[in-house]
Design a binder for this molecule. Structure first.
Ligand code: NAX
Ligand code: ADP
Ligand code: K
Length: 591
């Protein structure tokens, strides 16, 4: 399990250690410097023979070829004692620019800069505040670092200096940031980000290391309200922060590395206030399941099981206009290991479903979960019959009709057109699975004046708002899928961008239906479990998609800075469903 903790939580955990005199800043700076040295050495090693002595010349990409220690958030922790990691390569003469803000984030950066200078790098600190960390500044000066102030030099001069650098350390603000970056730091970052965006693809440019977080992101909510310099790597201290796992900020963090400062977060619950909507002491603000967590959630059948104990999934999906969605949802459910799948819908669609999946049953009966809505447009008269079926199932799962009539409440996946049909408060065992457009429509119907861009800018906020407004668990789809449930938030980043293809969501709905059916009674009894199973479904869906696309490694590393990992190729939704058995087997085998 990957855990992200808010700034107040981190501060609360640091407090007793600082009071006891633990040298946290020194540990942070040493680990930061070691990583920078390693990165710079790796880039220098990648230089072709005969290239000019400057490190960035000739690289031609933002990559770190040959680097061994690429890691995603939580994929591993480095102790603070990783000194000398850069010793394998000669880094003398490399140029480093430090962007230094007023607080301890700037202090970390200055101390790390001093270590870099002592290793032979030419270090320039650009001070973006009238006063910066005194001891850090003194250390840098003593080590031979050069210091310029944004109050004395113009931004274009700094931009030109940065363009000539091999590595930039972004130490403007960390967990003490409030709001968008203020001048002069904001103007500098905007100019640097613009200059970087204007470079042709693959053009040489400096490697950017964010100190703790990319300055300017919403540390606790992942928002990007102002300018931010995209990082190639983020070296974060003590614990992951929510903004390093949540969209859209996660896309600016690059490869994230956690430096263990011994804060003990996760070992115990700290009371730090936390993010809005969270009660104190409620644990990490955001979690991300890993394969081993999913293995523990999956119910593996045993000798006493039969098809009914394994779980029957009822699927109300597809219309004559959109029959494929029924095939995809049913395939997702069947391939994920349902004991039985019942399909309910138009006869012609049922025939298509049976043609593809003869094991499906097309008669009514008891189910342990529902999958409602894929391929059922909310505003289409032809969908009336499907709409009636969905209303019936919703009446059962929301407890609107008595168990005598409905056979009892069971968990449900409410997808696509069915989301528009939710009119009553849901239990958390109902999982609504919108993409950003569908969530926007839902929130507008509930009276919120938000548009799609607003939802995409603040996915955490709107997923939570939808959960609070409907009572349902909300799974907001995207490259990072955000799940807001009764016991908190998950942010899953498991699939390749190739997965953004028609019908992929239908497969996910069916797959999730099966996971809910397999643990139906548990889901009804434990309000937080639906969100965990939803996160598990996203992980399996993403891993199946990677298998189909032919990629390798973890998603963050692949998306990271040209590590040589395979980017994979196109996928189609039905192939993703067909890859689920192997994805599940791999997860259960610990692969
Ligand atoms: N607390 C600790 O024990 C440790 C903290 N560490 C570092 O300390 C950082 C936190 O330090 P601080 O609490 O000093 O806070 P920061 O350094 O993150 O930022 C606070 C400073 O930035 C200014 N600032 C805030 N918002 C701004 C904005 N929008 N635009 C421009 N300037 C802004 C404030 O006026 C203040 O001077 C962490 O991110 C981490 O890098 C590490 O050294 C590890 C140990
Ligand atoms: N850029 C991306 N990277 C990875 N996965 C993505 C990306 N964009 C979308 N996805 C995933 O692809 C699927 C698309 O689902 P959806 O939008 O519902 O499509 P459909 O309705 O056609 O089935 C979701 O699981 C979503 O999380
Ligand atoms: K920073």
């Amino acid at each position: 399990m990957i855990e992200a903790w808010t700034a107040p939580d981190v501060r609360a955990a640091e407090k007793p250690l600082l009071a006891a005199g633990e040298p946290l800043m020194s540990r942070a700076a040493h680990a930061l410097a070691a990583t920078v040295l390693r990165d710079v050495a790796a880039r220098r090693r990648s230089l072709a023979p005969g290239s000019p002595p400057r490190l960035r010349g000739g690289l031609g990409s933002d990559g770190l070829p040959g680097e061994a220690a690429v890691r995603g958030p939580g994929a591993g922790r480095r102790g603070a004692g990783a000194r000398g990691a850069g010793a394998r390569g000669d880094v003398r003469g490399a140029r480093a620019v430090l962007l230094v803000g007023a607080g301890n984030n700037g202090g970390d950066t200055l101390f790390a800069g001093a270590l870099l200078a002592r290793r032979g790098l030419a270090v320039t600190a650009v001070l973006a505040a009238p006063r910066v960390h005194d001891a850090g500044l003194a250390a840098l000066r003593a080590a031979g670092g050069r210091v310029v102030s944004l109050f004395d030099v113009r931004v274009p001069v700094v931009v030109a200096e940065v363009a000539e650098a091999d590595v930039v350390l972004d130490g403007l603000v960390g967990i003490g940031a409030h709001g968008v970056l203020r001048p002069p730091a904001g103007g500098l970052v905007r100019a640097l980000a613009d200059a970087r965006a204007a470079l042709p693809h693959g053009a040489p440019r400096p490697w950017v290391v964010a100190v703790d977080v990319p300055s300017g992101i919403g540390v606790d909510d992942g928002t990007v309200a102002g300018p931010v310099l995209p990082a190639d790597r983020t070296v974060t201290f003590g614990a992951l922060k929510p903004g390093l796992v949540l969209p859209p900020a996660v896309h600016l963090a690059g490869i994230v590395e956690v430096v263990d400062l011994g804060l003990g977060l996760g070992d115990r619950r700290v009371t730090g206030g936390g993010a809005p909507g969270r009660s104190p002491a409620s644990g990490p603000a955001v979690r991300r399941l890993e394969a081993r967590d999913v293995a523990a959630l999956l119910r593996v059948p045993g000798p006493r099981d039969h098809k009914y104990t394994r779980g029957v999934v009822g699927v109300v999906a597809g219309t004559e206009a959109f029959p494929g969605a029924a095939v995809l949802a049913v395939s997702g459910a069947a391939r994920a290991g349902a004991g039985m799948v019942r399909y309910l819908g138009p006869e012609s669609v049922g025939a298509l479903v049976l043609g593809r999946r003869p094991e499906v049953v097309t008669t009514g009966g008891r189910v342990q979960s529902w999958v409602l809505g894929p391929g059922v447009p909310a505003d289409d008269d032809a969908a009336d019959d499907q709409g009636r079926r969905i209303f019936g199932a919703l009446a059962a799962v929301t407890g609107l009709l008595s168990a005598d009539v409905t056979g009892g409440a069971v968990p449900a996946v409410v997808d696509a057109g069915a989301i528009e049909l939710v009119e009553h408060r849901c239990p958390p065992s109902v999982v609504i699975t919108p993409h950003a457009g569908e969530l926007t429509a839902l929130m507008q119907r509930l009276g919120h004046g938000v548009d799609r861009a607003g939802v995409e800018a603040e996915p955490l906020r709107w997923a939570r708002a939808a959960h609070e407004a409907t009572g349902a668990t909300v799974l907001l789809k995207g490259s990072v899928t955000v799940i807001a449930g009764q016991d908190g938030v998950f942010a899953q980043a498991d699939g390749p961008a190739w997965l953004a293809t028609a019908g992929a969501g239908d497969v996910l709905a069916g797959l999730l239906g099966t996971l809910l059916a397999s643990r139906s009674a548990d889901v009804l009894a434990r309000p937080g479990l639906a969100a965990e199973l939803a996160a598990a479904a996203v992980l399996l869906h993403g891993r199946a998609a990677w298998a189909v696309s032919g990629g390798s490694g973890d998603a963050q590393a692949r998306a990271g800075a040209g590590t040589g990992a395979r980017a994979g190729g196109p996928v189609v939704a039905l192939d993703v469903a067909d890859a689920l058995p192997a994805a599940i087997a791999d997860v259960l085998a610990g692969a």
